[in-house]
Design a protein around this ligand. Structure first.
Ligand SMILES: Nc1ncnc2c1ncn2[C@@H]1O[C@H](COP(=O)(O)OP(=O)(O)OP(=O)(O)O)[C@@H](O)[C@H]1O
Ligand SMILES: [Mg+2]
Length: 238
């Protein structure tokens, strides 16, 4: 799939609850931007829950929380995600181009809120994550928790309760940064979600109509004046 003139913000983040389709769409977007001639790379800013979940099951525990405790797992996740984002941004500083990020710092704040961490824990995380600038665009893939749970169950390698998914969605909505997110309805098919993402990116690159009208007026003023003078001189020569 190719796109005519493809706008490419430097940093694109996809965030949202588990099962919202971040990994699917981030891979797809990086692939499609690359196919359209934009240097774009997929990067995962994981917090380690998946791997700690696997480790936990080796020890007969259900997940990372059961292995390390809720607060322990949150602390580990906050550190691992911080390192992952640092690595992503350092790689981008070296390679340039567009980076399509699967999760970002906002996911950590949402995770802390959804798991009822103390406000001090979020404050500490925010202090540490302040190092990282906000992405140029953050897509929030908004999905019904029930739809997300069905997808996670179908995926088959982990599970989430409906309560947690609903709390996580509410946590994203409660973030002070939420107003800066581009909310994408992620309940549809992968093609529909991808189309909504591309529509937003295309819209960003389109010239601001107000601006182009203003610039036409600014540029057009002297032109009209010059034509008026030329016209007047022309009629005088007749
Ligand atoms: N729009 C969609 N419609 C139906 N299924 C989808 C859609 N998007 C992704 N899926 C499938 O749902 C599952 C979850 O998607 P994905 O892994 O991309 O979500 P995620 O947001 O990255 O989840 P997590 O936070 O757990 O990593 C996958 O099996 C994927 O193939
Ligand atoms: Mg994922």
């Amino acid at each position: 799939m190719t796109h005519g003139r493809v706008p490419a913000p430097g940093m694109i983040a996809l965030v949202g609850i588990d099962g919202s389709g971040k990994t699917t769409q981030a891979h797809r977007l990086a692939r499609e931007l690359s196919a359209a001639g934009v240097r774009a790379a997929y990067r995962r800013n994981a917090g380690g829950r998946h791997w700690f979940g696997r480790l936990a099951r080796l020890f007969g525990k259900s997940d990372g929380d059961a292995l390390l405790g809720r607060r322990g797992m949150l602390a580990v996740e906050s550190v691992l995600r911080w390192l992952a984002i640092l690595r992503t941004l350092l790689r981008r500083a070296v390679t340039g181009g567009t980076v399509v990020m699967d999760r970002y710092a906002f996911c950590q704040y949402a995770s802390l809120r959804a798991r009822s961490a103390k406000p001090a824990a979020e404050r500490r995380a925010r202090l540490a994550y302040r190092l990282f600038r906000a992405p140029d665009v953050t897509f929030f893939l908004d999905v019904d928790p029930q739809v997300a749970r069905d997808r996670i169950d179908a995926r088959g390698y982990d599970s989430e309760t409906l309560d947690y998914l609903a709390a996580a969605r509410a946590a994203y909505y409660s973030l002070p940064e939420f107003a800066t997110f581009v909310v994408i309805d992620a309940n549809g098919t992968p093609d529909q979600v991808s189309a909504a993402i591309h529509a937003h990116l295309a819209g960003r690159a389109a010239p601001d109509p107000g601006h182009s009208v203003r610039s036409m007026i600014v540029a057009g003023g002297p032109l009209v004046a010059a034509l008026a003078v030329a016209g007047e001189q022309f009629t005088e020569t007749l």
